[in-house]
Design a protein around this ligand. Sequence first.
Ligand code: HEM
Length: 120
Amino acid sequence: MSTTLYQRLGEIDGIARIVDDVIAAHLANPVVKTRFENAKDLGRLRQMACEFFCAGTGGPQAYTGKDMLAAHRGMNISEQEYLAVMDDIIGALGKNQIDEGTKSEVIAVLYSLKDNIIRV
Ligand code: HEM
């Protein structure tokens, strides 16, 4: 039987660990750290990112946050920042022993979001 992306990411507990590692990596990444140091509410961002990944990968949770365009509008996010965020996510997936096929699927989903996030 095939498994969902949600299951292969370790369901809610696995996704929460990945999100924590991604936020820690952003705060240590010189390209984007000030974005996250200045974020209004990192606790909300963490919660919303967990929901977003759970809902978007086939989990039972609902996403209650803003859509990607509304969340990033007016921030003037550059291509370089977008790549830095992708790299942090790829690093966190590797750190959590996510297999290559699953990693590629996540990367494809993230890439498809770029026009709603870069310079919007
Ligand atoms: C790779 C794709 C990305 C995804 C899936 C994503 C996801 C999210 C989500 C779910 C939220 C919360 C929305 C809400 O509060 O309702 C958010 C907010 C935010 N995102 Fe992203 N994001 C991405 C890329 C980026 C990039 C490239 C940057 C800038 C370097 C960025 C910076 C932020 C900041 C600073 C906030 C918080 C805004 C605030 O409340 O102050 N995001 N993002």
